[in-house]
Design a protein around this ligand. Structure first.
Ligand code: GDD
Ligand code: MG
Length: 349
């Protein structure tokens, strides 16, 4: 899934070049890291197809160029005329997969994350695939270290692999997140879903038949141009916008077989500048500098310069991001609220 807008990483992340295509940690973009991470999944027991990318029409050449850099050949690139959030995106991938006449397990991965331990990631995904092959909807759970409100929370019946999920709560408010973390009983949802294509379609038919039928209608009139597959434009624009988490995951526990595989692989969602600072290499005072940046008498500050020298003196816990036409200066802990600025700017950003 590579069709998000990444508004909280403005001004670097723009509508035409959103965060998943930016190089924010390491040498490749988050999208490239997500694709490369899946490379090691195949083994004697597991045949893995080429990646299927679901993204926005506007980013089709970014997707192809970045895959080419990796020497990765996509199975297909499914292009949405406009984002309708992740439930329709997964549905397009499921409908595409079912075309084969088989009912493969889908490893649904997000394109906006970093992972430091690739082997642990692969091992966790292989266990998730094994559970999904038996019909379970499988999510990956991260042990939380702070009451993050931008994530989904999972309460599993036990801490061991394959635990049944008793509750799934998407983006709780701060008081609820604090309670969940303090209880020690909750995991973060890593934003990856592993399940058979038919299991996804059946779950969507059960919980959101409106989304399922609107997606089928758009898929029925799709057009294909080499690797690009486009659902019908008017039909897809009529699909209700909803995330996988709200449309299906919150509703599954107690109704469908939903399991959690723990993931301990240095996972991070680079959702906001705070998280970019977290994963960046830092000096002894906790400052991270990218590009032509200078920092003096400051602590725990991120300075990201792209087009000129940016200097910061005597500032703590601040994020400064400079681009040719926009500059952001924000308190690090308020970096989630950058989306408010982008909302004010509208699509023109
Ligand atoms: N194709 C497509 N179309 N992709 C999309 C769309 C869309 O309309 N909207 C978002 N995506 C992609 C994003 O680019 C990202 O790779 C992924 O889907 C997840 O979307 P986000 O918008 O980043 O979701 P989130 O971070 O708020 O929440 C999800 O991930 C968290 C962990 O990172 C949820 O699954 C949470 O429960 C989870 O904790
Ligand atoms: Mg995200």
């Amino acid at each position: 899934m590579a069709g998000g807008s990444g508004t909280r990483l403005w001004p670097l992340s723009r509508a035409g070049f959103p965060k998943q295509f930016l190089v924010l940690s390491g040498n490749t973009s988050l999208f490239q890291q997500a694709v490369a991470r899946l490379d090691g999944l195949a083994n004697d027991a597991l045949a893995v197809s080429s990646p299927v990318i679901v993204g926005n029409e506007e980013h089709r050449f970014l997707v192809l160029d970045q895959l080419r850099e990796l020497k990765s050949e996509p199975g297909a690139v499914l292009l949405e005329p406009a984002g309708r959030n992740t439930a329709p995106a997964v549905t397009l991938a499921a409908l595409q997969a079912l075309e084969s006449g088989l009912d493969p397990v889908l490893v649904v991965a997000s394109a906006d994350q970093t992972v430091t331990d690739g082997e642990a990631y692969t091992a966790a995904l292989r266990s998730a695939v094994a559970m999904a092959a038996e019909g379970a909807i499988t999510v990956l759970g991260i042990t939380p270290d702070r009451p993050e409100t931008g994530y989904g929370y999972i309460r599993a019946e036990s801490q061991v692999g394959g635990a049944r999920v008793a509750q799934f709560v998407e983006k709780p408010d701060l008081a609820t997140a604090e309670k969940y973390v303090a209880s020690g009983a909750y995991f973060w949802n890593a934003g990856m879903f592993v399940l058979k294509a038919s299991v996804w379609m059946a779950a969507l038919d059960k919980f959101r038949p409106d989304i399922a039928s609107a997606c089928r209608a758009a898929w029925a009139v799709r057009s294909t141009d080499a690797k690009f597959v486009r659902p019908g434009k008017a039909e897809f624009l009529a699909v209700p916008s909803e995330s996988v988490d709200y449309a299906v995951m919150e509703k599954c526990p107690g109704v469908l077989d939903i399991r959690m595989q723990a993931l301990d692989a240095g996972w991070n969602d680079l959702g906001a500048w705070e998280a970019v600072w977290q994963v960046a290499p830092k000096d002894a005072a906790g400052n991270a500098q990218v590009g032509d940046a200078m920092v003096s008498d400051s602590r725990n500050t991120l300075v990201h310069a792209t087009s000129r020298l940016v200097s910061v003196v005597g500032l703590d816990d601040v994020v400064v991001v400079e681009t040719p036409d926009a500059v952001l200066v924000a308190s690090r802990e308020k970096s989630q609220d950058v989306k408010n600025i982008v909302n004010q700017l509208g699509r023109e950003q």
